[in-house]
Design a protein around this ligand. Structure first.
Ligand code: AAE
Length: 680
C-alpha cells in the first residue's frame, strides 16, 4: 500500500493547553540542564534517549529509584541479543520502591460487580505485605523461589506480589478463568514452591466454584516442586473453603498465623534479579515463560507511567485487567508514584455496562486504562457515557492490547467529554512496557499512536531488514538497541538462551522483531499498528494488516458484534493467499447479500480493490484469548488446513471448531452463494 493511503489527512484530535507542565517536559529540561544540551522538543529528546545510554542514568535519577548501592555503570558491553547487564553493581528492591509511602491515604480501592468492596491505605498495605512476607519466610521462601497464584484482581494479589518481591522470590499469576490445563502448562514449567489460589469467585453475577480446578492444579504440581498451597477465602462471602486431597494445603488465615511478626526486610538485589514470570499467549504451542527483572520492570513501568500517563501522586489509576495480563504487573508499579489504584474484578457488563461506567466515574478515576474492544462495545451499544457521569476528573484514557481504529479515537474523545488525553500504546508481555505510546506534550492525530517511547529504538523493517520508516510504508516493528526490560531469560531455556534468541532475534540477526506490523507517518511521526505481522494479509503480493479491514468494519459495530480477518493458503492447493472475513452479527441482525455487497464496496472505496476479501462469512463466534485478543493466527492455520489443539489461553476454545469447514472453501462458497441467491 502506498504511503499516502495510510495517512491521507492527519486530523488533529487533541492538544495539551499547557504542555510545559507535563512530566515529560520537566524531564527534558532536567536533561538539558544536567548535560548542557539543547534538546528542543520530544523528537530531539527521543533521539538523545536512543543514542546515549546516559539517558537511562538520567531516568534513574528523575524517576527517583530507591537503592542501597549505586550502580557502577549504566550497562555492560553487549549486543541486544546477548541480554546485557543493566546497572551492574546496583542493589535495590522492587517492593521497597513501591512501599515507601506509609500514610493513611488510600492506596487501593477494590471494586467488583457489586460495587465498591474494600479499601486499604498505604500504611495498611505495608502492614499486610509485612505479615505475608513474614509467613512466607517462616515457611521457607528464599531468594529465587517461585510463587504462583491463581487470583482475582484484588488487594490480596498486590500483597502477594509485593511480599514475594520483598524476599527476592519470583512471582507469577494467572486469572481465575484460566482452565486447569492452561494453568498447569505454565506452572509446571516454573515449578513454584508456593501456590496461592482463590476458591470461589463471582463472574457475571454467577458464583464460580473453583475447588475442582484448584484440586487438579495441586495434583498436577505435586511432582513439580510444590511445597505448600494456600487457599484464599471465598471472594464473595469471605468464608474459608476447603479443598481436600493434599496435606500441604492450608488456609490464608492459618498461613498468616505462622508468621513470626518479623520486620519487613527488603532484600537488596542486583538490578537484573528476576521479579516476574509472564507468559507468551501460547495459542499455537506451549506458552513461553518470560522472566522479567525487578530493575527493568521498575524503570520501564515508571517511565511509561510518568512520561506517557503523566502520573502524579494525586492521581487515581484504574486499569481494567485480570492478574493474567502484563497490564496487571504494569499497573502495580503505580504505587511507586504514590498513586491510588482502583482494582476491579468481574465482568464490565454485569449488572450493566452503565453500572460499570458509573463505578469508574464515581471512583474519581483520573487515569483510565482499557481496551479498544471495550470502547467499541460501548459505542456499538449506543451508550452515552456523559449521561452516566461527567468524567470530569479524567486526564488520560489509555488503550492497548489491540489495533485502535480511527473511528474509536474520534468517538471516545467526544463521548467522554473531550478534555482528556487519549493515549494509544503498544508494547507487550515480552517487554512489560510500551514500544510506542502517548506523549502528553504533543498533539494527538486521529488513528495515530503519538510517538516511540523514550529509550526505545523502534524502527520499521522490510523483509530484507532495510529500514523503510521514512517511506511511509508498513513493515515489521523492530527494536535495534537494548533497553532495561528485555527479558532476562525464558525459564527452562538452555544455558545459552537459544529459545529466547530464536524467538526474538532469528528473523533479523541481532535485531529484536516484535511480530507487529506498523507504519510511521513521515509528516507527524505518528504510528499505526496494523496487526500482528504473522497475521499479515498478502493477497496477490499486496501486504496489509487486518487492522485496516477492522477500521472499515467499525462503522458496522451497531449490527456486527465482532469480526476476524485472516489469510488462507492451503499447502499444495492454493497458488495465492486469499482473504477471508468472518462476521459475528449482533442478536436481531441478519447477514444479508445486501450487507455483504455494501461491506465489499466500502472496503474497496476506503482501501482498494485488492483489499476486498475473497469471501465474507457469518460465524457464530470469534475466538479470543482470555485477555480479549482475536486469535487470528490459529484461525489462519485452521482454514489453511492445520489441526490445532486449543491451549488454555483461548477463552472460547470451542469456537475454533467453527472454522475447520472453511478448509473446503470451494464447497462452502458454493453453498453460501446459493443461500444468498435464495434470500434475494
Ligand atoms: C502494552 C501492550 O501492548 C499490551 C499487550 O501486548 O497486550
Amino acid at each position: 500500500m502506498m504511503a499516502s493511503s495510510y495517512f491521507d489527512s492527519s486530523h488533529l484530535l487533541w492538544e495539551n493547553p499547557q504542555p510545559q507542565f507535563t512530566n515529560v517536559e520537566i524531564f527534558r529540561r532536567m536533561v538539558n540542564r544536567k548535560r548542557g544540551l539543547n534538546l528542543k522538543d520530544y523528537h530531539e529528546f527521543h533521539r538523545y534517549s536512543i543514542e546515549n545510554y546516559s539517558f537511562w542514568e538520567d531516568a534513574w535519577q528523575h524517576l527517583r529509584i530507591i537503592y542501597s548501592v549505586p550502580p557502577q555503570n549504566v550497562i555492560t558491553e553487549g549486543s541486544i541479543a546477548n541480554v546485557p547487564i543493566w546497572f551492574p553493581g546496583a542493589r535495590l528492591n522492587y517492593a521497597e520502591n513501591l512501599l515507601w509511602r506509609n500514610d493513611d491515604s488510600i492506596a487501593c480501592t477494590a471494586g467488583g460487580e457489586p460495587g465498591k468492596v474494600a479499601e486499604c491505605t498505604f500504611r495498611e498495605l505495608r502492614l499486610r505485605v509485612q505479615k505475608m512476607a513474614s509467613a512466607m519466610r517462616a515457611n521457607g521462601l528464599q531468594i529465587g523461589d517461585r510463587v504462583a497464584a491463581v487470583v482475582t484482581n484484588s488487594i490480596e494479589a498486590v500483597v502477594l506480589a509485593l511480599a514475594t518481591a520483598s524476599i527476592g522470590g519470583i512471582y507469577s499469576s494467572t486469572a481465575t478463568d484460566m482452565g486447569s490445563q492452561g494453568i498447569l502448562d505454565r506452572y509446571r514449567q516454573i515449578q513454584p514452591k508456593f501456590l496461592f489460589s482463590e476458591t470461589e469467585v463471582m463472574y457475571a453475577g454467577k458464583t464460580v466454584d473453583l475447588r475442582d480446578k484448584v484440586a487438579a492444579v495441586i495434583k498436577g504440581l505435586q511432582q513439580h516442586g510444590l511445597k505448600c498451597t494456600v487457599l484464599l477465602p471465598s471472594a464473595i462471602t469471605a468464608k474459608e473453603i476447603e479443598v481436600g486431597g493434599d496435606p500441604n494445603t492450608t488456609t490464608l488465615r492459618q498461613f498468616l498465623a505462622t508468621g513470626t511478626g518479623s520486620e519487613l526486610v527488603f532484600e537488596q538485589l542486583p538490578f537484573n534479579h528476576p521479579l516476574y514470570i509472564l507468559y507468551s499467549s501460547g495459542t499455537s504451542g506451549p506458552p513461553k515463560c518470560i522472566v522479567h527483572s525487578a530493575g527493568g520492570v521498575l524503570m520501564q513501568t515508571l517511565k511509561d507511567q510518568r512520561m506517557v500517563f503523566d502520573m502524579k501522586d494525586s492521581d487515581t489509576l484504574f486499569q481494567f485487567t485480570t492478574t493474567g495480563w502484563m497490564m496487571w504487573n504494569f499497573m502495580v508499579s503505580a504505587l511507586a508514584s504514590g498513586c491510588r489504584m482502583v482494582l476491579y474484578d468481574g465482568s464490565p457488563f454485569h449488572p450493566t455496562l452503565e453500572a460499570y461506567l458509573k463505578f469508574i466515574n464515581d471512583a474519581g478515576v483520573t487515569l483510565w486504562g482499557t481496551s479498544p474492544r471495550f470502547l467499541a462495545e460501548v459505542k456499538g451499544r449506543k451508550i452515552t457515557p456523559l449521561e452516566i457521569g461527567s468524567f470530569e476528573g479524567l486526564r488520560i484514557l489509555a488503550v492497548t492490547g489491540a489495533v485502535v481504529t480511527p473511528p474509536i479515537f474520534e468517538w471516545t474523545q467526544e463521548a467522554f467529554g473531550g478534555k482528556f488525553h487519549f493515549v494509544s500504546t503498544s508494547g507487550g508481555t515480552d517487554i512489560c512496557c510500551a514500544f510506542v505510546g502517548g506523549v502528553p506534550s504533543l498533539p494527538v492525530y486521529v488513528g495515530e499512536i503519538q510517538h516511540k517511547a523514550l529509550g526505545m529504538a523502534v524502527e520499521v523493517f522490510d523483509e530484507n531488514g532495510e529500514n523503510i520508516e521514512h517511506t511511509g510504508q508498513a513493515g515489521e516493528l523492530v527494536c535495534t538497541r537494548p533497553h532495561p526490560s528485555l527479558p532476562v531469560m525464558f525459564w527452562g531455556d538452555t544455558p545459552d538462551g537459544k529459545k529466547l534468541r530464536d524467538t526474538y532475534f532469528n528473523f533479523y540477526p541481532g535485531v529484536w522483531r516484535q511480530g507487529d506490523f506498523m507504519v510511521v507517518n513521515p509528516k507527524t511521526k505518528g504510528i499505526m499498528i496494523l496487526g500482528r505481522s504473522d497475521g499479515v494479509l498478502n493477497p496477490n503480493g499486496v501486504r496489509f494488516g487486518s487492522g485496516e479491514i477492522y477500521t472499515v468494519m467499525e462503522r458496522y459495530n451497531t449490527i456486527i458484534e465482532d469480526c476476524i480477518c485472516v489469510g488462507q493458503r492451503r499447502a499444495n492447493i492454493d497458488e495465492h493467499e486469499r482473504v477471508l472475513l468472518f462476521l459475528k452479527m449482533r442478536p436481531g441482525n441478519n447477514f444479508t447479500a445486501t450487507l455483504e455487497n455494501e461491506i465489499r464496496s466500502n472496503i474497496r472505496t476506503a482501501l482498494s480493490a485488492r483489499h476486498v476479501p475473497t469471501h465474507i462469512f457469518e460465524v457464530e463466534d470469534i475466538p479470543v484469548t482470555i485477555n480479549g485478543k482475536k486469535i487470528e493466527i490459529a484461525v489462519k492455520q485452521i482454514v489453511s488446513g492445520s489441526n490445532l489443539k486449543p491451549s488454555g489461553t483461548v477463552a472460547n476454545p470451542e469456537s475454533l471448531n467453527l472454522y475447520y469447514k472453511y478448509k473446503n472453501i470451494e464447497e462452502i462458497a458454493k453453498s453460501h452463494r446459493a443461500e444468498a441467491k435464495s434470500k434475494l
